[in-house]
Design a protein around this ligand. Structure first.
Ligand code: PEP
Ligand code: CO
Length: 467
């Protein structure tokens, strides 16, 4: 295997991570079958192109400087059975409409990253699940095993890696088709207002945004309304991501399953396999940080993953919980500042705010989610840092998984249409409402300021709808 670089941590190759402890991996009963499947996967065409990956990196470099706002969002876990056109279109529509709101609210271009086309593997807090006295291996996402509660379903099956690749290719093909047919043209997604009528306290602001957009569309600039969309997934199942890791002549190694792979909090140990793998690839890398991440650990992660301070290379996604962020975030911002390196900070207000209702249903409260984003905006601003965007779990459908928001969903409503097999997602109305709240708060926080390198002053159009 070809060697790329020799750094403090030793020589890197796509396989060097195999020498490290790999948390959260499936144990396949038949290693020979796994090897055959991985070889087949490796021979199939890549899903994304290295030029797209570099274009994303350039966009992220702008986000690090406060010149662009990142919206990363989608399902907690995609599922093979929801790979249909309606579901994909609903997700894209929600993401693009949120991008539109954020663009006009913040006065910045928006870079949209889907948790999409490969978000199939899930880390679990417990390796097993017990129901009525029966204990089985946990469900680890559709690309690893099956969710039914039977012993046979929970056995990791290598053929699911191939099915996951195929589902990702189908999703991406549909997304690319929609994009090529100008789906991302704002004219195509203007019929959203009726969905919110009567449900949103912010109808006045939404109407004003629409007026701004209509005015903008009157200007004959074919690119004015286009929004860049990229893919991302948690880089968790090493067998999957390694199989599609390729050397691009003259450039280096890329993970070509996705534009941005990210590392979750359960696999972010500096000496673990996921960090080892990511240090050698040229993709921009996301890494989740939480209450357990110490400033020392973060400094070490930056030394390993971001040694050259390449613009747009590293995205730090913080997820503390509304009650903990005030005590946790500042020391991490200071630790990064002390390295002198530039990163993109995203706020994930979902994963620190999960709770279980009295009847045992996993949910999140809209108000807690909003509170964590608000705290993120405030703390970064007070410390002269830049919050580059948000990372959300959402769907474009009218599910009932999270509580609260303008539609006032309660714990009693959750049973009506709860579909997620893992974490609860914001539904369509909650997603748009959150985007609007974020846009208004970023606008309010940065209004009347012109701080070079900080969040930009919002455009006059955006200020026009601020409360
Ligand atoms: C996730 O993003 O779905 C996830 C598991 O996040 P975290 O690693 O932050 O818990
Ligand atoms: Co999740």
């Amino acid at each position: 295997m070809m060697l790329l670089t020799r750094r403090k941590s030793g020589p890197w190759s796509p396989e060097s991570c195999r020498q490290k402890v790999a948390a959260q991996q499936a144990e396949y009963p038949d290693p020979a079958e796994l090897a055959r499947t991985v070889a087949e996967l490796g021979a199939l065409p890549p899903l994304v192109h290295d030029r797209e990956i570099e274009a994303l990196k350039a966009g992220l470099a702008r986000a690090a400087e406060g010149e662009c706002f990142v919206l990363q969002g989608g399902d907690c876990a995609e599922s093979f059975s929801e790979c249909g056109s309606d579901s994909i279109m609903a997700r894209l529509t929600a993401l693009l409409q949120m991008s539109l709101i954020l663009r006009h609210g913040t006065g910045m271009p928006v870079l949209c990253l889907g948790r999409l086309a490969g978000q199939y593997a899930k880390p679990r807090s417990h390796p097993t699940e017990t129901r009525d006295g029966v204990t089985l291996p946990a469900y680890r996402g559709d690309i690893i095993n099956r969710s039914e509660f039977t012993a046979a379903a929970r056995v990791p099956d290598p053929s699911l890696l191939l099915r996951g690749y195929e589902r990702s290719a189908l999703t991406l093909n549909f997304v690319r088709t929609l994009a090529a047919s100008n789906f991302a043209d704002l004219r195509e997604i203007m019929d959203w207002q009726p969905h919110l009528a009567g449900s949103s306290v912010h109808l006045r602001e939404l109407t004003q945004i629409l007026d701004v957009v209509r005015h903008e569309l009157a200007v004959p600039d074919p690119n004015a309304g286009r929004i860049g969309l990229y893919t991302s997934h948690e880089m968790l199942a090493l067998d999957y991501d390694l199989a599609q890791t390729r050397y691009v002549t003259g450039k280096g190694w890329y993970n070509l399953t996705t534009h941005l792979p990210w590392i979750g909090v359960r696999t972010n140990a500096p000496d673990g396999a996921h960090v080892e793998y990511c240090r050698g690839i040229r993709n921009p890398i996301g890494i989740k940080v939480g209450p357990e991440t110490t400033p020392e650990c973060l400094t070490e992660l930056l030394a390993i993953l971001h040694p050259d301070n390449e613009p747009g290379r590293l995205v730090l996604i913080h997820r503390f919980g509304a009650g903990r962020i005030a005590g946790c975030l500042a020391s991490l911002i200071e630790a990064v500042r002390a390295t002198g390196k530039s990163v993109v900070w995203l706020s994930d207000p979902m994963h620190g705010n999960t709770e279980t209702t009295e009847s045992g249903v996993k949910t999140r409260r809209f108000e807690r989610i909003l509170a964590e984003v608000s705290e993120s905006i405030r703390i970064h601003h007070e410390l002269g840092s830049v919050l580059g965007g948000v990372h959300l779990e959402l769907t474009g459908e009218h599910v009932t998984e999270c509580i609260g928001g303008a539609t006032r969903l309660t714990a009693e409503d959750l049973g009506r249409d709860y579909r997620s097999k893992v974490d609860p997602r914001l539904n369509y109305a909650q997603s748009l409402e959150l985007a609007l709240e974020i846009a208004l708060q970023v606008n309010r926080t940065t209004r009347n300021e012109d701080r070079p390198g900080g969040l930009r002053r919002a455009s006059s159009a955006a200020v026009a709808f601020a409360r």
